[in-house]
Design a protein around this ligand. Structure first.
Ligand code: G3I
Length: 327
């Protein structure tokens, strides 16, 4: 069998995948990651839910293992994520009510995380998923309750900037392609952050999709977000073959999936070069996907359970080659 071309050899931009420390110790898995990708994102082991212990101490063992893999294999690292409404670890929630100690502890955490990977991390999701699902405002969380909506962005972004001035600092969210109200609220937030002088350096669009998604939605969303002129990270793409809409046959679902991956690559590659931060898929093989926990028959990624390329992989290769020949 002719070995499939390395994606990163065809992509004029960083192309990434989400990884977990344990899988990176499997030679076949690690080699496939290093063959195709130029950047890796920790799927969960650089989040507070893993790093922050109940006593408030930090554990970096798995984050360091992932960073070490990147360094050894010549890959870049993307930091995911510093603040997230879904992570409110005991170590922080127990802090006393005085704002100074909470703010100080948060600054300390952000500084510890970001400075640790300075020079290797190309950027960070500083605040993940700040917009309410229905788009009717911003989410409440431990972070906003303690520091206010404006305050929590300011503290987190300024601490991250001070810890690594070269890292591109992102806000990141999902379902922007399918919920116009959420996209509008996200864009209002970005506008406000820029107006407030928050050091926002890039915009994350997670792009968790499903095979029945309407063609063109991804393209329209990236175009809208690119209007701010900032680097765009297509940060977590997967295409569920079982979620959303009527269920086509497996073959039809995989063909629709392939077309959506091709559309995303073409839309991303059509951005001005200075706005092409990275194109990241949310996992390597179907078996590695978080979506499998919701439905074991889902096949959302570019490689099948055995690590063999799928029609979606070929669609990405062809889209990259078309873009490359377009010059
Ligand atoms: O590996 C441990 C296992 O040893 C333990 O027995 C088990 C029960 O505690 O937990 C396992 O770790 C889980 C980990 O996934 C590994 O699969 C964590 O509990 C679980 O919280 C973690 O879920 C991750 C989730 O974010 C929450 O961090 C998913 O893998 C990850 O795909 C998902 O990714 C998010 C992005 O960060 C933000 N955008 C949406 C995306 C999908 O939800």
């Amino acid at each position: 069998m002719i070995a499939e071309p390395p994606l990163k050899s065809l992509a004029p931009f960083r192309i990434g995948t989400a990884v977990r420390a344990a899988e990176l110790t499997e030679p076949a898995y690690g080699d496939l990651v290093a063959r195709h990708f130029s950047q890796i994102t920790a799927e969960w082991e650089m989040k507070m839910e893993y790093v922050v212990q109940p006593d408030g101490s930090f554990r970096f063992d798995r984050a360091d293992a992932i960073a070490g893999f990147a360094q050894r294999r010549g890959l870049k690292l993307f930091g995911h994520t510093l603040l997230w409404y879904a992570n409110e670890p005991e170590g922080f929630a127990r802090l006393d009510e005085t704002r100074q100690s909470f703010e100080g502890a948060l600054r300390n955490y952000v500084t510890a995380m970001v400075s640790r990977y300075r020079g290797l991390a190309t950027g960070w999701d500083v605040v993940n998923e700040p917009v309410m699902e229905n788009g009717e405002g911003l989410r409440e969380s431990l972070w906003t309750r303690k520091l206010g909506q404006t305050g929590h962005f300011k503290v987190a972004f300024e601490a991250a900037k001070a810890a690594d001035p070269a890292a591109v600092l992102f806000v990141n969210d999902y379902h922007l392609e399918s919920r116009p109200a959420k996209l509008a609220a996200y864009m209002r937030l970005i506008e406000q952050l820029l107006k407030d002088g928050v050091p926002l350096g890039g915009i994350g669009c997670q792009t968790h999709c499903w095979s029945e998604m309407a063609p063109g939605a991804i393209t329209a969303t990236l175009k809208a977000l690119a209007g701010f002129g900032l680097p765009i990270h297509l940060s977590e793409m997967d295409v569920s073959t079982v979620q959303g809409g009527m269920l086509a046959s497996r073959a039809e679902a995989e063909q629709r999936q392939a077309r959506l991956y091709a559309e995303a690559v073409e839309a991303f590659a059509a951005l001005p070069e200075r706005q092409q931060f990275a194109f990241t898929v949310w996992g390597l093989r179907d078996r590695d996907s978080w979506l499998k926990r919701e439905n074991a028959s889902d096949r959302p990624l570019l490689f099948d359970d055995a690590g063999r390329p799928k029609p979606a992989f070929s669609a990405v290769v062809n889209a990259l080659r078309r873009r490359g020949s377009a010059g």
